[in-house]
Write a protein that binds this ligand. Structure first.
Ligand SMILES: Nc1ncnc2c1ncn2[C@@H]1O[C@H](COP(=O)(O)OP(=O)(O)OP(=O)(O)O)[C@@H](O)[C@H]1O
Ligand SMILES: [Mg+2]
Length: 362
């Protein structure tokens, strides 16, 4: 019976807050071992009284099973200092990145999905939230229409397990309600769903959690920044001036002093058209320069330019995005963009303090 041994036994117990081990969440401290007694401190990570009782009972049970019923066990609950842990509710999710745009249809979902897959291809652990509650597209893009997430009971609270496909962990309103029902969701319920996607889903350890937003600056964006400590935002635009004008409006919401979420960079989508049979030709159908000028205006960088090609649209519609197909030429720009995004996240995390949820009265 020694400290390591005890920690190993307690490792099997989940934090009701997020399904991670109480040890990995660093909630156990000051372990003391005597001849016939064990005592330690257990941080209460915002648990309900029921969850607290259940964790207590689980700790007693594993230790008594390991060391016998006669052992004297003292568990002291302590409050954890939330100001000390910027990401305290999600310590196992390193970076949370929202993908936003001004206009609809510029390719946010396409960018979210293929960037997530490209980050995964570069070796990262990645999750994806479809926060477009009115028009979820993740189920179709992954060929998961009609699938439902599994439930897991966590100390008396039912939680959702994300769906897994192509190495990503995924959640979408489309996995929970029928598409035609999503349309009746309004303000407070929308906010509730975003909160549930973070708090009632058991996310695995992730390097990046990507959030695919609906267009513009609505309730969902506002709720998101108040619910989730965002690492930053990726803006998507097409090259023409009108798209950029709308993107600036959307971007300005994130840059408001009371919100203050960093812009990690800009992805210019549909930068040029390249027909399959003429792979070296570029036709600038939507003009040029939008991505660059948005990056300059946000004092961020152009992460990449993605051509308009038939394979990208087909991949999205068929449930097999280009990043999981066998076409290097189509994957190259996504991999380059993902690499640049990872670099900007590193720079951001060195320069700025950890992200926090935005506190505001709206
Ligand atoms: N680079 C591209 N090449 C070809 N087709 C593309 C490209 N990017 C997006 N598309 C297609 O354009 C359409 C709109 O893209 P997408 O759904 O990703 O946009 P969105 O910004 O998420 O739209 P919404 O605002 O409705 O959420 C889709 O059919 C998608 O397959
Ligand atoms: Mg979309």
């Amino acid at each position: 019976m020694n400290n390591d041994d005890i920690l190993n036994h307690l490792r099997s117990i989940d934090d009701p807050q997020n399904g991670q081990s109480i040890i990995d969440n660093r909630l156990v401290s000051d372990v003391e071992v005597g001849d016939n007694n064990i005592s330690f401190k257990l941080g209460n990570n915002g648990w309900s009284p029921e969850a607290k009782t259940s964790v207590y009972a689980a700790c007693m049970q594993v230790l008594q099973k390991a060391y016998g019923d006669d052992i004297d066990i003292h568990i002291h609950f302590v409050q954890i200092d939330p100001s000390n842990q910027a990401n305290s509710a999600y310590p196992h999710i390193k970076n949370i990145i929202a993908v936003a745009s001004g206009k609809g249809g510029v390719g946010k979902s396409t960018v979210s999905v293929n960037l997530a897959l490209a980050l995964r291809a570069l070796g990262a652990k990645v999750g994806l939230i479809d926060a477009d509650l009115y028009g979820p597209s993740i189920p179709t893009m992954f060929g998961l229409q009609g699938q439902r997430p599994k439930m897991k009971d966590l100390h008396g609270t039912p939680k959702l397990l994300p769906l897994e496909k192509y190495g990503l962990s995924l959640i979408s309103i489309g996995f929970i309600v029928e598409p035609e029902q999503a349309i009746v969701l309004r303000g407070p319920r929308l906010g509730g769903i975003i909160k549930q996607f973070m708090n009632d889903v058991i996310w695995p350890d992730l390097d990046y959690l990507i959030i695919d937003l609906p267009p513009g600056t609505g309730d969902i964006q506002l709720t998101l920044v108040q619910t989730v400590p965002l690492t930053g935002v990726v803006m998507v635009t097409t090259p023409q001036e009108v798209a950029v004008a709308d993107a600036i409006k959307a971007m300005n919401m994130f840059l408001l002093p009371q919100i203050n979420v960093p812009i990690l960079g800009v992805v210019e989508n549909m930068s040029w058209f390249t027909p399959k049979e003429l792979p070296d030709n570029k036709y600038y159908l939507f003009g040029e320069g939008g991505g660059k000028s948005l990056a300059t205006m946000s004092q961020s960088v152009l992460l990449g330019q993605i051509p308009l090609v038939q394979g990208i649209r087909e991949g999205g519609d068929s449930g097999a995005p280009v990043m999981v197909q066998n076409d290097d030429t189509l994957q190259t720009p996504w991999l380059a963009t993902a690499g640049k995004l990872a670099e900007q996240v590193l720079i951001r995390n060195e320069k700025l303090p950890p992200s926090r949820k935005v506190e505001m009265n709206v």
